[in-house]
Design a protein around this ligand. Structure first.
Ligand code: FAD
Length: 323
């Protein structure tokens, strides 16, 4: 990813789309058709494939990565968590990713084990689960990948513009608390940072001032209930003026989606207009849906031309190279 981003013309924007592996074969077939349409029509710089905490979706995530990377030829970033999961599964996932030609891993901790009890018989990995010894934090996974694979993988890590919250900490953790650990992850060899979703541009801008070279996350709005639930779960704040706009139409899903398209397009524009070094990349949590993200990308003018040509020698454009 970092090579692909570096090859883009200076100051150009790009975007990526995130998908989760469907549970059923029918769901997989539907997503396959949708992905094929979206990759041709929208031309994301890369796509992300999520990983179920504890390796719960390992086979399905790898199958989806095979579809995106191998069959559709999309540069794929595979998410991989490391806690509550056997080291064997981590090794298998990395080896399989390499076989599939996946060169990018988003190294995550995942959900922490609820307690020591997770090593009980109900955990299929219990017997061989040595994950606690090797992997406590995401930084351990970053170090492990670098040790095992050198520079083969481009590694990303998670960042939290509004702080981090999970079941292992009773208190919500502030950005200031989280930042040293983020620095630790980059020092261990992470190449890029991908953020938690957010709707509050100001919170993001504040975070931005503390960081450089990153990718920011946005989730299109599909319904009022989903909006409230995801903002609560991810600890993302919804500024009051945005909340008012959604509340005015909350009974009408189609109107909520329209307001969502307006709001996210405004957020992208506000970030493009940021003085100094604003973000160049926009990452969309698609929830595997097509219509709303397509509208936002069109509105935000993020879709690259169908035969992207990059001036290899800077702005003169005498020598051009297709990417
Ligand atoms: P870490 O970087 O390890 O940090 C976790 C917490 O521990 C932070 O609060 C940090 O401040 C603290 N911490 C870190 N190191 C230390 C230390 N040495 N001592 C004390 N405290 C420390 N989850 C999934 O299961 N599957 C996915 O596909 C997935 N995709 C994601 C994509 C993005 C872009 C993001 C932002 C999150 C994603 N998550 C996913 C969620 C993620 O797994 C959780 O947020 C998890 O709780 C933390 O993961 P992390 O990699 O940020 O952990």
């Amino acid at each position: 990813l970092t090579d692909k981003i570096a090859a883009l013309p200076p100051d150009s924007n790009y975007f990526s789309l995130e998908f989760f592996p469907p549970k059923t074969q029918q769901g997989f077939a539907n997503l396959q058709a949708r992905l094929s349409r979206m990759s041709q029509a929208l031309r994301p710089l890369f796509v992300n494939v999520t990983w179920g905490a504890g390796g719960s979706t390992s086979a399905k995530s790898l199958a989806l990565a095979e579809l995106t990377q191998r069959s559709l030829g999309l540069t794929t970033c595979l998410h991989l968590t490391c806690t509550n999961m056997s080291r064997k599964l981590v090794d298998e996932a990395l080896e399989q990713a390499k076989v599939l030609g996946v060169r990018n891993i988003l190294a995550l901790r995942g959900d922490p084990p609820r307690s020591e009890e997770y090593r009980d018989d109900s955990n299929p990995n219990a017997e061989e689960d040595d994950s606690n010894k090797d992997f406590t934090w995401a930084v351990d996974l970053v170090q492990y990948i670098r040790k095992q694979y050198g520079d083969y993988f481009c590694i990303g890590v998670a960042g939290y513009p509004e702080g981090h919250s999970d079941q292992s900490h009773p208190e919500h953790q502030s950005v200031e608390h989280d930042l040293p650990y983020l620095v630790e992850k980059t020092k261990a060899g992470a190449d890029f940072i991908m953020t938690q979703l957010f709707y509050d541009v100001q919170a993001y801008q504040k975070y931005e001032r503390q960081l450089r070279e990153h990718e920011s996350g946005l989730m299109p709005v599909q319904s009022y209930q989903i909006l409230r639930r995801t903002t609560k779960l991810s600890h993302s704040s919804l500024p009051p003026e945005l909340l008012k706009r959604f509340e005015a139409v909350k009974g009408d899903d189609e109107a909520v989606k329209r307001v969502g398209v307006d709001v996210i397009s405004e957020i992208v524009q506000a970030m493009k207009d940021m003085p100094g070094q604003g973000p160049r990349g926009f990452h969309f949590y698609t929830l595997n849906l097509e219509k709303v993200v397509t509208q936002i990308l069109e509105r935000s003018d993020l879709i690259p031309p169908s035969t992207p040509m990059v001036a290899a020698n800077g702005r003169n454009g005498n020598v051009e190279e297709a990417i």
